[in-house]
Design a protein around this ligand. Sequence first.
Ligand code: HEC
Ligand code: HEC
Length: 374
Amino acid sequence: MLVAAAGCGGTRSDGPPATNDVGPSSTPADAGDPVVVAGAALYTKYCALCHGPAGAGYAADNAPSLVSRTFLESADDGFLARSIELGRPGTAMAAYGKDLRGPLGDGDIKAIVAFLRAKGDVATPIAAPAPLPGDPNRGKELYTTLCETCHGNPAQRQNAVHLANPTFLALASDGFLRYAIVFGRPGTPMEAFANRLDGNQVADVIAYVRSWSQPARPETPPPPAPAPDGPVVINPRGKNPSFTARDNRFVPSAQIAAALAKKQRLVIIDARPPSDFVREHIPGSISVPHYDTSSLDRVPRDAVVIAYCACPHHASGVVVDELLKRGHTKAYVLDEGILHWHRQGFPIVAADGSVPPAPPPHSAHDHAHHGHQH
Ligand code: HEC
Ligand code: HEC
């Protein structure tokens, strides 16, 4: 299996059943509230691609449910808003806040939070009690046995929310973690561990997960947003590359890197929100987020075009489909996504202080946190 597929994929077929839609999905309690209506429209435009039309998750990239009862009971509005604003760097979850060059202002984010609360029918969170202090060494053994196959380790995300993500750990309280472990996320693969772990063991696992927290870094302002009218074609005087595409759609990273090295003529499109683009992108690529493809008019029809996203096919696939609709015949998806591209050491333009994606699993085996059950 491709390295980049770990933690990606996750369409309906391998996620939890569609019945995961928690709450009254067609008639939320205050569906008519104008804030909720505005939030629904924003959600559909920016979020449904991965989190699904009703917020139940697993439409793409293994995005979790945002409306499961235990999630909304334990996540306060601050956790929700900050998760949307800051994203989870190194995963498919981009930063959507304007300050980080995302598309959403504070009011937009508040509206989406109101929409999610209405959708899940949980108006206010429960103040979840924090566990007593635990022992990270005992917790490590429990985590490695019971949790790692789904949640990965600091070096590698697996299919479930990456608990080692520094932004996640900075936002999640111990009470939030405890609530998820004890009560699970009904309707998803996250079971309730209440019967398998006693209170001390839950505290031990949390102490171990906490041991991954990183000290806050000094904030560096993000680089300027990409120019909407910069050059589109890379190497305009070069020859068009001829790629061998799987299913006439997916081109492996190595072929694209080779075309760049040979100074061939192509257009490369970053389909993620601009916040991800300014953090890191392929040199010469242009930013055309999957939710706003109007600027595709600038892409010449005789050019070979590659679109990429994080994880690795969905947002890029939206852009490629849009190009095909516009009469392009040589539009392809970068097969493994940019996280894999970056890990392979192919050329990247990265902002100062941006966090590189976690290394691939083979080096994860050497990682101190990997545990020793194998
Ligand atoms: C390209 C796919 C994608 C899109 C689009 C996307 N997300 Fe996410 N989102 C994810 C993934 C994947 C995660 C889990 C990140 C991880 O830890 O690996 C996530 C996590 C989250 C979380 C944290 C959930 C938790 O359980 O901790 C929230 C809240 C969230 N997303 C809200 C949104 C909202 C609101 C939007 C639209 C503005 C959005 N997402 C758009 C993929 C996406
Ligand atoms: C079979 C796979 C699986 C196993 C095993 C598993 N989890 Fe989960 N876990 C998940 C999934 C999937 C989610 C997200 C569910 C959703 O969509 O809301 C989740 C959610 C969570 C969350 C909430 C994260 C958030 O931001 O919402 C925590 C905390 C968590 N799990 C901790 C653990 C711990 C600790 C263990 C081991 C004791 C464990 N999990 C075992 C699959 C698993």
